[in-house]
Ligand binder design. Structure first.
Ligand code: SAM
Ligand code: SF4
Length: 344
């Protein structure tokens, strides 16, 4: 699917007040991909050989990201999530976190990571203002980890999760993409992690991206099936989630410190509550994870656009934010990969 780029600066729309799209959804949440590169090769996300990476000169600098977020914050964006690719491979991410935390109006900074580099970076990140983290983990078995992520590292990820809890981040969420015959027999083992520790495990439906359509068709497990299976012992009860911007529905063991949740990106109730837009590593503003429109924010930012002009780009983008995605089970969504994350 070709991604169309629209130049909104040519016709900046009028408007006042916080961002609201054409369907009266307040937009307060910006997900920022700081790199498209990654130190893992998860089978559902990217080919083993990697992707045609974005040239370094096209990647937004920290200074550019900060200027864009200043514009977004001036029209009501309050929460930021840093994601990727793998955000922790970008040099000195703490420096970016500190600069974002200092922007007036930004009151929540979160991170989505595969956890490999988390233990060594968590203290600096927390000291800079990181409050919440989502760690992706699809299995608790090293042999499976190497098969799914195509690189070893389970013990490092587990160390990163421990370090995040010890550093006081809250909530710490685990994202687990459930795949039939690959890790779907670990639902109970993941649920058990939530009994004694403040962990929120979210089981995510496998989504189709370019190279994984066959895998997706074979391995897809619906959120309803996950719920039925984890509910089999009758001990998990519906609970309110840990807050944040997520689309998950949560369940917990009585008296548990954490909870398990399911995320069904293919379901449209996710769209009805959508409060987010995405900024790609090369500075395109995406209005929908699966949408086909992007707005080039990098070019005006590099040309010296003021905070008000950047704010006008965000405001104009509201006009083309679609009501819902049109993703269908077993069909490709080429746009998804670069903009990362459903639960992330
Ligand atoms: N590298 C980081 C990580 O793995 O958390 C951040 C980026 S990653 C693309 C964000 C999230 O998207 C991860 O939780 C990952 O499991 C999820 N994801 C990637 N491809 C997916 C797919 N085809 N279906 C469902 N979730 C997917
Ligand atoms: Fe990397 Fe995250 Fe994609 Fe896995 S899901 S390959 S860790 S970007």
């Amino acid at each position: 699917m070709a991604v169309e780029t629209i130049d909104l600066l040519k016709a900046p729309p009028e408007g006042r007040g916080p961002l609201m799209d054409a369907f009266r959804r307040p937009i307060t949440y910006l997900r920022i991909s700081v790199t498209d590169r990654c130190n893992l090769r998860c089978v559902y996300c990217m080919p083993e050989s990697g992707l045609p990476w974005i040239p370094k000169r096209e990647i937004l600098t920290y200074e550019e990201i900060v200027r864009i977020v200043e514009g977004a914050a001036s029209v009501g964006v309050r929460s930021i999530r840093l994601t990727g690719g793998e955000p922790l491979i970008r040099r000195d991410l703490s420096a970016l976190v500190a600069q974002l935390a200092a922007i007036a109006g930004i009151d929540d900074i979160a991170l989505s990571t595969n956890g490999l580099l988390l233990e060594e970076q968590i203290c600096g990140l927390a000291a800079s203002g990181l409050r919440r983290v989502n760690v992706s983990l699809d299995t608790l078995r090293e042999d499976r980890f190497s098969a799914i992520a195509r690189r070893p590292g389970l013990s490092r990820v587990l160390g990163g999760i421990d370090a995040a809890i010890a550093a006081g981040l809250s909530p710490v969420k685990l994202n687990c993409v459930v795949m039939r015959n690959q890790n779907d027999d670990e639902l109970d083992a993941f649920a058990e992690l939530t009994r004694d520790r403040p962990l929120y495990v979210r089981f995510i439906e496998l989504m189709p991206v370019e190279e994984n359509v066959a895998l997706q068709r074979d391995a897809y497990v619906s959120a309803d099936e996950m719920l039925e299976r984890i509910g089999k012992n009758g001990k998990l009860l519906p609970v309110t989630g840990p807050g944040g911007n997520g689309p998950a529905r949560y369940y917990a063991f009585a008296g548990a410190a954490g909870a398990v949740g399911v995320i069904s990106p293919l379901s449209h109730d996710y769209c009805e509550r959508c409060n987010r837009v995405r900024l790609s590593a090369d500075g395109r503003l995406r209005l929908c994870l699966f949408g086909d429109h992007a707005i080039d924010v990098r070019t005006p930012t590099r040309a010296g656009a003021s905070r008000e002009e950047i704010a006008a780009i965000f405001r104009g983008a509201m006009v083309i934010k679609p009501e819902r995605h049109h993703l269908v089970l077993g069909e490709t969504a080429s746009a998804m990969r670069a903009f990362s994350e459903i639960g992330g």
